[in-house]
Design a protein. Structure first.
Length: 128
């Protein structure tokens, strides 16, 4: 295996992760299934869920709270073995502002699908 193969695996998994977070409601379930294992979990300061349906519900709630925003990678994906970390921002599609930012650590299964996400919030607007 080349040195770039593990990095590509992490980058591909993170790309699918953002596809799920930015998917339209009618394609969200399929995007979540492509990114996470069946029993995958998502944990951050505001949520602790397991399984595709609950993960999709967390994503939907974020979009309800921040309509017109998209999740974007900020910086490079850093990974080794079955673990990767990366920073992200929640960006307004209207004006480019990013009131929410954080970083996530993900673990991957042998197929490169996410088995667990541990999210941390670095910037959150007052009252959110």
């Amino acid at each position: 295996m080349s040195a770039s193969a593990p990095a590509r695996r992490h980058e591909d998994a993170v790309a699918r992760y953002f596809e799920a977070w930015n998917a339209a409601p009618d394609t969200r379930a399929k995007a979540v299934a492509a990114a996470w294992t069946n029993d995958g979990c998502y944990t951050d300061p505001l949520a602790e869920v397991r399984g595709h349906e609950q993960i999709a519900a967390v994503i939907a709630a974020a979009h309800e709270q921040f309509p017109g925003f998209a999740f974007r990678l900020s910086g490079a994906v850093d990974g080794h073995h079955d673990t990767a970390r990366f920073s992200w921002e929640l960006v307004s599609e209207a004006d480019g502002s990013a009131p929410v930012a954080g970083f996530d650590v993900v673990t991957l299964d042998d197929e490169g699908r996410i088995s667990a996400v541990f999210g941390f919030l670095d910037r959150v607007p007052a009252g959110a």
